[in-house]
Design a protein around this ligand. Structure first.
Ligand code: NAP
Length: 253
């Protein structure tokens, strides 16, 4: 590790927030720049220099990596931010830069869970039965894939409002996921929810809704993770730090 090391941290998750703090305290001497997509307006303060907005595809990212003399990239984006992860893999491969991807372990069903897996939001939306009242834990850009159906309704939760108001029958709650199982179960009961639709995001911060569905014996429609290119992966923050340290030590010798 040298004073010249400059890490690009692709952010957008709780883990990225923690990593920013840990990298700057535990890898003293390294520069860290964090990057946000800029979709959400109330961005957290990471305590490291931050840039916001797309890079402009693989070419734009490669230009940024060169211009900023980045020596290592940590991809701590959301597991469904697949385009960003693919761009990072391609740009790092072409510039021969080390890349470490933080990949939270996926959620897996327990014995009595009623899960159906889908490869896309569209497939999950088509499979919801008529008259279903769905709880949608999906992004603001994804909601329209459900609301075109006029024979289903329900409740959508997201952080920022979608571009268009939801059609009649749909309710919207602008909130981060609750970590309380009983709060999630109360919300499902209050809105008469019959199905939970969720990405397989992994991690504990959004897991309470899965536990609430289990408690209420609700069917869960799980959107499986997108396929990502091969990369060095780490399942948690400590492993990212360890791999970062050893990669930079290797490059510094
Ligand atoms: P995406 O499809 O991977 O990204 C689309 C574009 O946004 C990328 O190609 C890139 O633009 C830009 N981008 C994404 N992350 C960036 C970052 N950290 N720094 C700079 N630019 C970034 O991801 P998405 O459209 O944001 O989201 C896809 C799914 O992930 C949705 O389901 C969403 O709910 C979920 N998600 C994403 C985030 C997030 O921070 N991105 C957080 C939570 C959940 P350029 O090609 O121009 O570089």
């Amino acid at each position: 590790m040298t004073k010249a090391d400059h890490i690009l941290l692709l952010a957008g998750t709780f883990e990225a927030r923690q990593l920013a703090k840990q990298l700057s305290t535990r890898l003293a001497g390294c520069r860290v720049t964090a990057s946000f997509a800029g979709v959400v307006k109330d961005l957290p303060e990471l305590g490291v220099p931050t840039r916001t907005g797309g890079f402009g595809g693989v070419q734009g990212l490669s230009d940024f990596l060169r211009a900023e003399h980045i020596t290592l990239v940590i991809d701590a984006t959301h597991p469904f931010a697949a385009q960003m992860s693919r761009n990072a893999a391609e740009a790092c491969a072409s510039l021969q830069l080390p890349l470490i991807r933080l990949e939270r372990p996926i959620w897996t069903p327990l014995a009595d869970d009623i899960w159906t897996h889908f490869g896309s939001m569209q497939d999950a939306a088509k499979a919801l039965p008529e008259t279903a009242r769905a709880f949608l834990a999906v992004g603001r850009k994804e909601i329209r894939q459900f609301t075109w159906r006029d024979d289903i309704c329900g409740l959508a939760r997201m952080i920022e409002a979608p571009p268009q108001p939801l059609p009649p029958g749909w309710d919207l709650v602008l909130q981060r996921p609750s970590q309380s199982v009983s709060a999630e179960a109360d919300l499902f009961r209050k809105h008469g929810i019959t199905h939970l639709v969720t990405k397989n995001s992994g991690g504990m911060r959004a897991y309470a809704k899965i536990e609430a569905a289990r408690k209420l014996k609700l069917p869960v429609f799980v959107i499986d993770r997108p396929h990502l290119p091969e990369a060095e992966t780490a399942a948690d923050i400590e492993s990212v730090l360890e791999k970062t340290r050893s990669q930079l030590a290797r490059d510094g010798t």
